[in-house]
Structure formats: C-alpha cells, structure tokens
Design a binder for this molecule. Structure first.
Ligand code: SF4
Ligand code: SF4
Length: 109
C-alpha cells in the first residue's frame, strides 16, 4: 500500500471535533477507526480479516496499533462482524494529531 504523507496542520475536523476529510464530491466525511475487538465475543469467523483492505487487523486478529495510515477508518470490520465484537469510532482531532506525530517518529527511526 502506498503511504500517505499527512501534514498535521492541514487536518480537518467535523462539527464534533473529530478528524474528518473532504471526499472527492466535496462532502466532509468522518471515518471510524478500529478501536478494539472483544475476543470473548469473537467467533473466529475471520470476516473482518478478509475484508480489511489495509490490514488494520493482523493475521492473529490483533489490532495493528494506532496508525491511521494502516487502518483507513472505513469501519467495515465493525459493520460486518456477526458477533458485534468490534468497536470502531471517530477520533478526536487532537488524538489524530498525536497518532500522526507518533507515526512520523516511528518512520524516521
Ligand atoms: S476500519 Fe476498515 S481499515 Fe480499519 S481495521 Fe476495520 S476494515 Fe480495516
Ligand atoms: S468478524 Fe467479528 S466474529 Fe468474525 S473474526 Fe472478526 S471480530 Fe471475530
């Protein structure tokens, strides 16, 4: 997957202060990022794994941690889970800035 350079100063937020971006049609869209999987409820069906384009979930069903460039915020995993064991949520702008900063730090090592 091609990496996207993110300029912290240009990050947008919606009316609730969550990170958002403009779609090609000019609409403000608020993505929902993978937050956690409740492994007590998970039925191991692997639907989430199979449909995740960015592999925000790894082969063991673990969440790849805190990198918005990995989880693209599509929210599909949470929508498809038959056991209702996935939580995805919008991310406050300040949290997104911290994630971007951390990602850049990790990349520069
Ligand atoms: S929200 Fe989308 S990109 Fe992120 S882990 Fe779920 S399916 Fe993958
Ligand atoms: S879709 Fe839900 S039940 Fe299926 S493997 Fe993923 S977390 Fe588990």
């Amino acid at each position: 997957m091609e990496e996207v350079e993110v300029n912290e100063e240009e990050l947008l937020s919606d009316e609730n202060g969550n990170y958002a971006y403009l779609t090609l049609g000019g609409h403000l869209y608020t993505p929902s990022y993978l937050e956690l999987i409740d492994h007590n409820k998970c039925e191991q069906c692997e639907k989430c794994l199979n449909m995740c384009e960015t592999r925000g979930i790894d082969e063991e069903g673990n969440i790849v941690p805190e990198m918005p460039e990995i989880c693209n915020g599509c929210g599909h995993c949470g929508n498809i889970c038959p056991a209702n064991s996935i939580v995805a949520r919008p991310i406050p702008l300040e949290e997104m800035k911290r994630r971007v900063k951390r990602y850049k730090e990790l990349k520069s090592k």
